[in-house]
Design a protein around this ligand. Structure first.
Ligand SMILES: Cc1ncc(COP(=O)(O)O)c(C=O)c1O
Length: 346
């Protein structure tokens, strides 16, 4: 599979690169701001670019001052989520998930909340928003605990028309090469908290702020997590293409729905960005793209915890992903043709 990046997108990208060279700003320039504005408008929030989604999570946890405290998160996530907690000085507390959506289960959170809980993380697995997001939001509000959203998979996902990253305190999106909106590497933090965003602008730049020509360092624990202008320019082009990418994925998903009865079924109100198309069983699929997170990815095991999280463990063993990469050459094939390629009868 080759990621499509058609000629018109290349031309657009090259013209933006010319603008970068002409501006003489290879970092901290107009492209970063344009990409942030565009992405913010896309999710109806404010957005700040960073080097990757893991850095975005780290920023959120550092700002929330989780050091010395606990953070509840699902075990079936990329190790980045746990690493960000640990790097920020927190202790991860792993929770189980719902079997229907593969996302953090609100009923499994409550018993894990202690006076030390500093944040709760929901990971919108596979491109859909956690089906029980309303309950998770409510639970966080009732305990006065900030909700953090790992949106690495969730480009284009909405729940009742609300985009991922806008349900809690902040969310972090990934533009890693395999994601639905790739720039090779990159991340975007979304939040409506003005103080946090202002802190983040400095944090990602070694804590630096220039006031009337004078350099100051008001944020002491920052580092370099800036997105350069070349990446931001690619992000602008990818964001322009994204409606088309989503259309491909959704067209394919509608056909897959006619093939796979045993699959993640989206409830009314949920629109998926289809980073992945998740089926149950499916080990004999002729063409498949692995798993979202298999047994070897479960964070509680990687971390060394021996506790049992039975639903997450069952899900890790029993799901597969049918191929739904964007621009997948089979997007315009019929259901029958797709069934035969996948080796499954519709
Ligand atoms: C759920 C999840 N969170 C965080 C990340 C980290 O993203 P990045 O590679 O942009 O740091 C990933 C990346 O695959 C992910 O899948």
């Amino acid at each position: 599979m080759k990621l499509p990046f058609p000629d018109d997108a290349r031309k657009e990208y090259y013209s933006l690169l010319d603008q970068v060279f002409d501006s003489n700003m290879w970092s901290e320039g107009a492209m970063q701001r344009r990409f942030e504005d565009g992405f913010g408008a896309f999710v109806d929030s404010d957005a700040r670019a960073v080097t990757n989604a893991g850095a975005g999570l780290l920023a959120i946890f550092q700002y929330l001052n989780i050091a010395g405290g606990e953070v509840i998160l699902p075990t079936n996530t990329f190790w980045a989520t746990t690493r960000a907690v640990v790097l920020a000085g927190g202790t991860p507390v792993f929770a189980d998930i719902g079997k229907d959506d593969l996302c953090l289960s609100p009923s499994d959170i409550e018993d894990r909340i202690t006076p030390l809980t500093k944040a709760i993380v929901v990971v919108h697995i596979g491109g859909h928003i956690a089906f029980e997001i309303d309950k998770i939001v409510e639970l966080c509000a009732s305990h006065n605990i900030p909700l953090v959203e790992d949106c690495a998979h969730a480009h284009g996902a909405t729940w009742k028309n609300q985009a991922a990253g806008t349900f809690g305190f902040a969310g972090s999106y990934s533009f890693y090469a395999t994601k639905s909106l790739p720039t090779g590497d990159g991340g975007m933090v979304v939040s409506r908290n003005a103080n946090f965003l202002s802190w983040l602008e400095k944090w990602r730049n070694y804590g630096k702020e220039v006031i009337a020509g004078t350099v100051t360092y008001p944020v002491k624990d920052g580092f370099n997590y800036r997105m350069n202008e070349f990446t931001a320019a690619l992000g602008i082009v990818q964001l322009q293409r994204f409606p088309q990418i989503l259309e491909w994925k959704r067209e394919l998903a509608t056909k897959f729905d006619q093939i796979f009865e045993e699959r993640v079924q989206l409830p009314e109100g949920s629109i998926s960005g289809f980073y992945k198309y998740i089926v149950w069983g499916g080990a004999n699929l002729a063409e498949k793209t692995g798993q979202v997170f298999g047994p070897g990815d479960l964070n509680h095991w990687i971390y060394g915890s021996r506790e049992e999280l039975p639903v997450a463990e069952w899900v890790a063993e029993n799901h597969q992903c049918a191929p739904i990469w964007y621009g997948w050459e089979n997007a315009d094939k019929s259901v029958d043709e797709l069934s035969s390629i996948l080796g499954v009868s519709a």
